[in-house]
Design a protein around this ligand. Structure first.
Ligand SMILES: Nc1ncnc2c1ncn2[C@@H]1O[C@H](COP(=O)(O)OP(=O)(O)O)[C@@H](O)[C@H]1O
Ligand SMILES: CC(=O)OP(=O)(O)O
Ligand SMILES: [Mg+2]
Length: 369
């Protein structure tokens, strides 16, 4: 079965043609423009021109926020597309791009099922305790304020690969997983299911990210608004686009590869950015670890988790309290256990396209009655 997968990030778009019989990527486009731009549409059309569209069996769309109703991968109809439009305010960097892709690709490939794969679905089974904010009951009831959790497609793939690498069934594993990339979050998996995660109602909570702040004191935000230091728009822009590694390094870079180089050359701001990033990651990992009674491994995934050995080393070496040790292997040729002692540390390349293709193939099958 040939599946087209689309993964709209906040600033880029990844499209893959995946053959699900052997998990092979047949063709791909890494598009450095947001999905709702003319450039992205042009590059997508070029990808489709290289492949007769009737060879494609289904299209899988990553939907970052599934809201309260979309709790598993599902084929879309017009009604569902309207519901997705209604989710825009919950993930404004991501959902508009999914809406644009649904509109574009449902016109280009109208005769095939289009499946929405929510990033939130992996965390659907979070307990009431793990998903509830300590806020007034009426706010929670009236506005549905709760933890959702994100990066579920990446976490599901990381769990599958960890189960293969550790030679144990996924349902038996207790893992910590860190997805470190443009957006970053951690997850505790118990018996193969998410039991806690650092992102919450929106993909802004938790770790420091490339450009997003992650968790900050809510009292500080209220102060900034009350004292009219910032307008609401300035506050939102600063938290989403000017914070994280970029803000920490004083605008130097949002990319750990550049920051590691600069820090090596003696740049203190770059060093501070990396140190805060790894400190916050360890802190969130230790926080979600409180939901586990045993840890079988730590899986590092996402671009940074995969390609930045210095960050991996700093995280593992600083988490002796959870049984991890430094001295990790720095080679990155394939997914592997990279620790030489202590609780296993693994690196897994993020292959959201393969997980999306699997979920799409499953959801596109006609249901047996
Ligand atoms: N070590 C790294 N390797 C790759 N990308 C990195 C690294 N450090 C930071 N990044 C940032 O991560 C982003 C890519 O993450 P991704 O989740 O695909 O972005 P998007 O927000 O578009 O989904 C890039 O903007 C890049 O600057
Ligand atoms: C949920 C999220 O933050 O996604 P991304 O990392 O692709 O921006
Ligand atoms: Mg991404």
């Amino acid at each position: 079965m040939l599946i087209l997968t689309v993964n709209p990030g906040s600033s880029s778009l990844r499209a893959h043609l995946v053959d699900t019989t052997d998990h092979r990527v047949v063709d791909a486009a890494e598009i450095g423009h947001p999905a709702d731009s003319d450039e992205a549409r042009k590059e997508l059309r070029e990808l489709l021109d290289r492949m007769p569209t009737d060879a494609i069996s289904a299209v899988g769309h990553r939907l970052v926020h599934g809201g309260p109703e979309l709790t598993e991968a599902v084929a879309v109809d017009n009604e569902l597309c309207e519901k997705v439009r209604g989710l825009t305010s919950l993930a404004p960097l991501h959902v508009p791009n999914t809406v644009a892709l649904l509109d574009f690709l449902r016109t280009e490939i109208p005769e095939r099922p289009h499946v929405l794969c929510p990033d939130t679905a992996f965390h659907h089974g979070l307990s009431e305790v793990a998903r509830t904010y300590a806020l007034p009951r009426q706010w929670r009831d009236d506005w549905g304020l709760r933890r959702y959790g994100f990066h579920g497609i990446s976490f599901a793939w990381a769990l599958l690969r960890a189960s293969e690498l550790l030679g144990k069934p996924a349902e038996s594993l207790n893992l910590l997983i860190a997805h470190l990339s443009g957006g970053s979050s951690v997850c505790a998996v118990r018996g193969g299911r998410s039991v806690d995660t650092s992102m919450g109602f929106t993909p802004l909570e938790g770790l420091a990210m490339a450009k997003r702040s992650g968790t900050v004191d809510p009292g500080m935000l209220v102060w900034l608004l009350r004292e009219q230091k910032l307008t609401l728009e300035e506050l939102e822009h600063g938290l989403q686009h000017e914070s994280g590694l970029l803000g920490l390094s004083g605008g130097l870079s949002e990319d750990t590869r550049e920051l590691v180089r600069a820090a090596r050359d003696g740049n203190d701001r770059a060093q501070l950015a990396l140190d805060v990033f790894t400190h916050r990651t360890r802190r969130e990992l230790a926080g979600v670890a409180a939901s586990l009674d045993r840890i079988d491994g730590l899986v590092l995934t996402g671009d940074i988790g995969w390609d930045q050995p210095e960050v991996a080393e700093d995280i593992a070496a600083g988490l002796g309290v959870l049984g991890f040790r430094g001295g990790l292997d720095t080679a990155r040729e394939e997914d592997a256990v990279i620790s030489r002692g202590g609780v296993p540390v693994l690196t897994v390349q993020s292959r959201e396209e393969l997980q999306l293709a699997m979920e799409t193939a499953r959801a596109a099958q006609p249901k047996r009655t």
